[in-house]
Design a protein around this ligand. Sequence first.
Ligand SMILES: [Zn+2]
Length: 467
Amino acid sequence: MILLKNCYALYPDPADPDCEPLRGVDLLIQGNRINRIGRQLPAPKNGIPPAAGSGASAALQTIDASRCVVVPGFVNTHHHFYQVLTRNLPAVQNAKLFTWLVYLYEIWKNIDEEAVLVSSQVALGELAKTGCTCTTDHHYLYPNGFSADLMGLQFEAADRIGMRFTPTRGSMSLSKKDGGLPPDSVVQTEEQILEDSLRVIEQYHDPSPLAMRKVVLAPCSPFSVSRELMVETARLARSHAVRLHTHLAETEDEDEYCLRKYGKRPLELMEQWEFVGEDVSYAHGIHFSDEELEVLHQSGTAVCHCPSSNMRLGSGIARVKEMIEKGITVSLAVDGSASNDASDFLGEMRQALFLQRVRYGADAITVPQIFALATRNGAKVLNFSELGRIEEGWGADLALFDVHKLAYAGALSDPLAALLFAGVDHRSEYTIINGRLVVRQGKLTGVDESDLTEKANRIAARIQKIG
Ligand SMILES: [Zn+2]
């Protein structure tokens, strides 16, 4: 049970342009839900035990929120945690996507169980420390000989950090010898992929509204899987009511590959391969034509915008402003740690705000629109109907930012926008997930950060040996 006292500015729905901040209110969390919002709430005398398995504490924790902006926790809709171990590699600091991938596949084939467990904790920890309370991960790389339960390791990492986690079962089946981009050493057979996809759904997927574990299926991209795998994966996901995800329209090289191999553009292929619809989201979505935007709108397919990665790899600027105007669902994502190379979620929101202005001008996109991408739209993409707003009865996923710091001095005429326009480190003071304090006074509560950092550096040095 957590009681936030005297919030400086609480925004129940920062995606709503008319949302006024609640000043000086308290907020009580019981179990994994927001119980009450009001002035001078009395501290409950007898804690009501939280729901079984909620992970929340029955003991009352009181937090002084008088210096903090309080917002719904952010939802990250695309990532590749394992890439933490190959951030910032000099050989590909200046490479575009296909060159970057071909170089990195040779290193990524070295990942093992420890690499998955530790890199996942690092990425999840960084996300939690910058206000993210729910995330996916797109792990598509299963090196030959890797026999452990990879998704199980990732769930173990999420439990340690305290993150609400909806990983995808990614996949690659089309290697160089079949005309794809990855080497043989990192792809699986389609039988293996479909069998394991079914296993993880049956073993881990929880359809309940505030699940800590959901599963999504996600073939990697049109240039690393076959038509058959895409179609079979879509059918399998729909027969179990789980969501679908893939990379699409990220680069012009991808357009050329699809035209050369199939005589069609990437989105035409997805339509033909049953990979469009309200249960589908695409990472990036940069190179869509006007007609293709109409297909996204008509089909209800969502786009996960990754501004830092798109800038870093020189991939282009997604047409987010136009997508929003058309009514297409756009969410936000940091993308993998080898193309960002951070998991700074609040920082990503600032990048999204500014990148649209490069393409469309200073009034291209507003602060509430960015919050819509980061909260309600992310929750929609990952299929959570009771996350994304601060409301009595809703899930207790919150981010608190201390704005009474030097970096925000003079910016408090609009405390919400100050989070995007000002600030230097983007770190939350507190992050609450499912009614539990995951970040307290800027530090992760579930792991020792120094220890984790050392482990990650040691594994990165080992993994980065090519061969
Ligand atoms: Zn990606």
